[in-house]
Design a protein around this ligand. Structure first.
Ligand code: ADP
Ligand code: GN1
Ligand code: MG
Length: 370
């Protein structure tokens, strides 16, 4: 894929921002899309900002379906938020259509671009600086899940097929390993063994779903702390962003992915693994807040499987980083060699911590069963 910078002028010209554009800069720390903040200068007021994104062609094969999901979900959320007396423009994203009226713009090389108004007076955190902050993100994700409870799930496209199908992730990992296009498998023997020893784990959530123990709901599926914008003064969650993967899924995926990313004090690509440790107090704070946000809508069975959500999302993400490393880093953006292998190692360290402290995690979630 060409660099987004090559086509950004074309993309900027395709949208009517309501005022002259004064600049566009790379923005944020997402691993998937090319994200820019656009500054505009209206005559009568201070700068107005927008988020301009080129959607990842590696991740999303059908941007039209993706944007149909996002338009549907943001409009539905907007109506729900208004119904409950909330501030629609701050609490739900809005899609700004290009001049041609389509939901996104396709550049001359096929890149797909979209624009959202920037949600101001918010902060996007990359790590949980306190238990209160992490809990606030949990309340926001739990509430998001509840707000979408009535969304017609059958109308959603599967933007990435088998996204959290851990069995399928394992199959793809084995295929990458067999192909080993760059001869990198020899650098990651312990990580490969780590996965192969946990093959049976990859089926636990899917088996529970197939047995009717865990229901499909509309879920976010990418509940990292940096996918919720927090109010800069109150530090409560304001707006859930990154809706690319809103699809039918299991609630334990949303819980688990937040724990994976947030219930520790290190960066996802930390190279000193002694700094990478599961923080069980953060796990407890998030559990209480997520369940509060979800408004009592989880079944006992779903609550019982929450520790599995945490372990599986962490194991699966590690498998995905390792697969991409072996494949040649085509999916997750990297800024240095070996970064995806480092990311894989932090995930596996966290999985090992979860296994070592399993009974503590079970005790915490059991407090919430009726
Ligand atoms: P990716 O899929 O690459 O993670 P995101 O949609 O999460 O892309 O956007 C990347 C970053 O851009 C976010 O982590 C956040 O910092 C910022 N961002 C995205 N949308 C908005 C918005 N509407 N208002 C303010 N910041 C945003
Ligand atoms: C990606 O888009 P972003 O950076 O919020 C990825 C997630 C991974 C995460 C790991 C669409 O999230 O699934 O868990 O990186 N998103 C997609 O940090 O693949
Ligand atoms: Mg993101």
């Amino acid at each position: 894929m060409n660099s987004a910078e090559e086509r950004i002028q074309e993309a900027l010209a395709a949208f009517d921002f309501g005022a002259p554009v004064v600049g566009a800069l790379r923005y944020g720390q997402g691993h998937i899309n090319d994200t820019f903040v656009v500054h505009t200068q209206p005559e009568d007021r201070c700068c107005r900002r927008f988020i301009l994104q080129r959607m990842s062609a590696a991740a999303f094969k059908h941007p039209d379906e993706l944007m149909e999901n996002i338009t549907g979900v943001t409009e539905y959320l907007g109506r729900e938020i208004e119904k409950h007396g909330g501030d629609r423009d701050r609490e739900a994203m809005r899609v700004l259509r290009p001049r041609n009226g389509e939901p996104f713009f396709t550049d001359s090389l096929g890149g797909a671009w979209r624009v959202y108004p920037f949600v101001e007076r918010t902060v996007c955190y990359q790590s949980a600086e306190s238990a209160e902050l992490f809990a606030a993100s949990g309340r926001a994700f739990g509430h998001f899940q509840q707000l979408l409870g009535g969304y017609p799930a059958e109308t959603l496209h599967e933007t990435i097929p088998n996204f959290h199908n851990t069995e399928d992730r394992l199959v793809k990992f084995k295929a990458a390993l067999a192909a080993d296009p760059l001869g990198r498998a020899k650098d990651c023997g312990p990580e490969i063994d780590f996965v192969l020893k946990r093959e049976a784990d990859c089926s636990v959530a899917l088996d529970a779903m197939r047995a009717g123990k865990l229901p499909l709901r509309v879920t976010h599926n990418d509940t990292k702390l940096n996918n919720v914008l927090m109010d800069e003064e109150t530090h409560e969650g304001v707006c859930i962003i990154d809706l690319d993967t809103v699809m039918p899924g299991l609630v334990i995926y949303d819980f688990g992915d937040s724990i994976r990313f947030g219930a520790n004090h290190s960066a996802e690509d930390e190279t000193d693994l002694s700094k990478v440790n599961l923080d069980v107090d953060l796990f407890a704070a998030y559990t209480a807040a997520f369940l509060e946000g979800a408004g009592g809508s989880l079944t006992n069975e779903e609550i019982a499987y929450l520790p599995w959500g945490a372990k599986l999302m962490t194991l699966e993400c590690g498998i995905r980083f390792l697969t991409d490393y072996i494949d040649g880093d085509h999916y997750f953006h990297i800024s240095r060699d070996g970064q995806n292998l480092d990311r894989c190692r932090t995930q596996f360290k966290l999985v090992a911590d979860m296994e070592a402290r399993w009974s503590e995690l079970e005790t915490i979630v059991n407090q919430y069963r009726i």
